[in-house]
Design a protein. Structure first.
Lengths: 287, 203
């Protein structure tokens, strides 16, 4: 630092308004420059001598200022009063307490909408395991474990269906009304499915689906008896015709052409299967 | 922080001003009691007239109340306040001439200051007498300074504002403020360098 630079910052140094680095540089300059040291000493002495005492205003001064302020506030324009009120409200709003209270209210409100209480026990929905869905469940079970035995069970049940009808109907009715724990297992077994009335279309549809599942999983040889069973019980119904078609298809796949042909001839009269059956018959005939 | 918020006497000037903007009159009273002496002293040494000084000080606080809405929390309150002093002094200066007669309580000495007649009320060769001579010399030097120079000097020496704050208050750049204060120091130094107090301060 040179003398010119020192003179520029000497007042800042006098009133301790310099940063540490500049203060150090000035200090080093003063240490070896007697001229600047003299200037600084003169300024310091003048500053100390010129300490002017603080004066107090008269006693009425404060009262006068406060009364002036009241007068000003009394005649504040509406706009300024409004902005002051807004400022006051904003001041309260910016405090943490209202913010926390607002957050708490928001959380409570959100929980009322989003977090629903569990229904009481008496409102529990009771589901009877019966019908189409039951068949699908059985099909999955059978697929995984003993498909062959299941098919045999079904076959046996189907053959003895008329004999069991009365008993299984009463079981099904009982299960529908009582919903006892044992019912589900009983309905789930081949016994209950096979025991369904022939007049019950949903039961036949279930059997048909199981038979198709068997066909896809184990092949025609395992499923063809089931299709035959359904066909024999209701040959003219939609399910029966579908079972006839499936059985015929299986017989043709198993190279039992005569049986297949016999079934297809029966389907020629059906408007839904006439075209397909005719084509299949032609194929079997080798045309 | 909470203590500052609860106790108005310990809150910063800026916080008090914000509270006053929100309608807290106690905050205004605290600000006036905190700064009235400083504003009044600067005004007195500027004009060397008690009535003029009271007028300047009361007008300053009047403006503080009426312009409170224009104050921003980011601003320095003292800079804003002395900016008002500056504009009032500029407007008031044309109307009146310096005229002062005031008793000053300087330490344990009561000094009667009359800048026009230079009347000495203390006995000669006493400490009070010497102080009175020195104060009279200083005040006469100060009142003889050009207005802008006097203002810058008093804002620094009495108002205790930083050089940057003075520049803000007077709407000048900092180098100009430094030059003004330095010139004021040089002129006052000429008037007091033969006094015993100055020689003692040099040592």
């Amino acid at each position: 630092m040179d003398c010119e630079a020192f003179e520029r910052i000497v007042l800042d140094r006098l009133y301790l308004e310099l940063d540490e680095q500049s203060m150090g540089a000035a200090q080093r300059h003063v240490a070896h420059c007697s001229r600047c040291r003299g200037i600084e000493a003169g300024l310091k002495a003048t500053r100390d001598v010129c300490r002017l005492p603080m004066l107090a205003a008269s006693d009425e001064f404060m009262d006068r200022v406060i009364s002036n302020e009241r007068r000003i506030r009394a005649v504040l324009p509406l706009r300024q009063r409004t902005s002051r009120a807004v400022s006051l409200l904003a001041g309260y709003a910016m405090r943490p307490q209202p913010t926390m209270a607002a957050l708490l209210l928001l959380m409570i409100g959100a929980s009322l909408f989003l977090v629903r209480s569990r229904p009481p026990e008496r409102d529990l929905v009771q589901v009877t395991e019966r019908g189409v869905q039951e068949g699908e469940v059985d099909a999955r079970r059978l697929k995984g474990n003993s498909l062959a035995s299941a098919s045999s069970v079904l076959a046996v049940n189907n053959e003895s269906a008329p004999a069991n009808t009365a008993r299984t109907d009463s079981t099904a009715e009982h299960c529908n009304t009582a919903n006892s724990p044992g019912c589900a297992s009983r309905v789930r077994t081949g016994e209950s499915i096979g025991a369904k009335s022939d007049a019950d279309p949903s039961s036949l549809e279930a059997e048909f689906r199981i038979a198709r599942q068997l066909r896809f999983s184990s092949g025609c040889s395992a499923a063809v008896q089931n299709f035959e069973s359904i066909r024999k019980r209701q040959p003219k119904s939609d399910v029966g015709l579908a079972a006839t078609w499936q059985a015929a298809d299986c017989y043709s796949k198993l190279n039992r052409k005569e049986e297949a042909r016999a079934l297809l001839v029966g389907l020629v009269d059906s408007p839904e299967y006439a075209v397909r059956a005719t084509e299949q018959l032609k194929t079997l005939s080798g045309l | 922080m909470n203590r500052l918020a609860e106790n108005p006497t310990e809150a910063s000037d800026e916080m008090l001003m914000v509270r006053y903007q929100r309608g807290n009159r106690d905050a205004f009273a605290t600000l006036v009691s905190r700064h009235s002496a400083c504003v009044f002293s600067v005004a007195f040494y500027l004009r060397a007239d008690e009535h003029a000084a009271e007028h300047i000080a009361s007008t300053t606080f009047h403006h503080l109340a009426s312009d409170a809405a224009t104050f921003h929390l980011e601003a320095q309150f003292r800079t804003w306040l002395f900016g008002k002093v500056h504009s009032i002094v500029r407007n008031y200066w044309v109307e009146a001439q310096p005229n002062g007669d005031l008793e000053i309580d300087w330490g344990d000495q009561l000094i009667r200051l009359d800048t026009q007649q230079a009347e000495l009320v203390s006995p000669p060769s006493s400490r009070a007498h010497r102080s009175q001579i020195l104060l009279r010399r200083v005040t006469s030097r100060v009142t003889s300074l050009p207005l802008e120079m006097r203002e810058a000097f008093l804002f620094k020496q009495v108002g205790q504002l930083s050089i940057v704050a003075i520049a803000d208050a007077m709407s000048l750049d900092t180098d100009t403020v430094r030059q003004l204060i330095r010139s004021a120091f040089d002129r006052i130094q000429e008037g007091v360098m033969d006094t015993e107090e100055y020689a003692r301060a040099l040592r």
